[in-house]
Design a protein around this ligand. Sequence first.
Ligand code: UD1
Length: 421
Amino acid sequence: MDSFIVCGGRRLHGELSASGSKNAALPIMAATLLSAEPCQLHRVPDLRDIATMTTLLESLGATATRHPTEATLAVDSSAVEQFRAPYDLVKTMRASILVLGPLLARFGQAEVSFPGGCAIGSRPVDLHIRALEAMGAQVAVESGYIVAKAPRGLQGAEFCFDTVTVGGTENAVMAATMARGKSTLRNVAREPEIVDLVQFLRAMGARIEGEGTDMLQIEGVPALHGATHEVMPDRIEAGTYLVAAAATRGEVKIEGISPEVLGVVMDKLALTGAEITSGENWVSLDMKAQRPTAIDITTEPFPGFPTDMQAQFTALNAVAQGQSVVVETVFENRLMQAHEMRRMGAEIDIAGDSARITGREQLQGAPVMASDLRASASLVIAGLVAEGETRIDRIYHIDRGYENIEGKLQCLGADIRRLAT
Ligand code: UD1
C-alpha cells in the first residue's frame, strides 16, 4: 500500500487546471447504460473510482475505451447482457449503486450487491429503492443483493424524498427518463453534479425540467440515443487546492472552473482573510502570507456548505487564528480525520457531530493514516503546514478521487512524494 511523505512548511504558489469531476463522471458513466448507441465523454478524470466504474460497465457487457492521452472515454452499451453489479466491485465503490436505475429502465432487471456500511457512516440506500418502487419496480433483497425487476417497464410516478440524497436523485431521474408517462420528483438534490447529469441525459434525448431546483419533472421517452458530453470541473478538487494554499499562507490560481460552482466555499475562504479573485473560467486565492482566521462551518446539501469540503476546512481551522466549530450534519462519523490531526498537535474536541477547534500556530509532522477520501486530503493539507515530516498511510483512499495529487502539489512547490510499497 502506497504512502505519502510530506515535508511541511512551504507556502504553495502557482497555477493548476481543474480535473473533471469524479462525482459528475460516475453517474454520467452509469447513464450510458440507458442507450444502445455509443457515447463520448470528455474531461473524464483518471482516478481509481473511474477505473472501477469502467470495470463495472465492462462486466455488464459494455465496451469502454479511454483515449491514452486525452481525458476521453468512449462507452458502447449496445451489447450489455449482464445485469448484475457484483459484491467485489460494489464494496470498493458505493457509487456502483448508480447502475441500478439505468439497468432497470432499459432492461427491466438489475441486481446490485447491497452496499454495506462504510467509514463515513451507515449510508443506507432505502430512498433509491423506494423511488424505484414508486415507478412500479419490484425490489427484493436476496443473498446480499438488491434484486429489482420491472418486466413490463417502469411507469412515471410522483415521489418525494424524505432526505435530500444525491445518489438517490440520480438513480431516480435516470430511471424516470424511460418510464411510461410523467414523473415528478420532489425534495431532490440540487448539486451541480445533478445539473451536469441532467444535461447529459437531455443530450441523449431525455425530457427533463427543473435541474438545480428541488423538483425534477421528467416525461418518459421510449428510447435514448448516444451523446457527447464534457464532464464539469471538479469543485471539490479545486476547493481542496484553494484550502491547501490558504492553510500554507500561499497563493494559487485554478484554471478551468467557474466561481459559481464553488459557491459558499468561496465565501468561507474570503472570511478566512484570503483575497479571492475570479473570472468566467478561473478562480484565485492569495493569503498574502498571513495566517488565516478560523471560521465556523455547518455542512448541508447544496447550496449549503459541502460535506466533501468539511475535512479540509477542519485542517485549515487547526492552523488558523482563533476558535471555530465545525458541524457535520450530512453524514454520521465523518470527523475521523480530527483524531489523526490531534496526533500532529491539533487542538480539536469532538462531541457528537461537532468539532471544536482551537487554531495552533504550528503542527508537527507525524505518521498518520487516511480513513476515507476527503479525510486523506485533509491530512495532506495538515502535512503541508506541519513542521517536519508527515507520513500518510493508506493513500489508496486519495487515489479514488484526486487525479495526480502529488504532481499537482509539486507544481505548487510542495515537498510531497509517493512511497510505493
Ligand atoms: C454523494 C457523493 C459524496 C457526497 C454526498 C453528499 C457521489 C459519488 N458521492 O454521495 O461524495 O459526500 O453525495 O454530498 O456523488 N441517505 C439515506 N437514504 C438513501 C440515501 C441517502 O438516508 O437512500 C442519507 C445518507 O445516509 C446521508 C444523506 O442521505 O446521510 C446524503 O447522502 P447522499 O446524498 O445519498 O450521498 P451519496 O449519493 O452516497
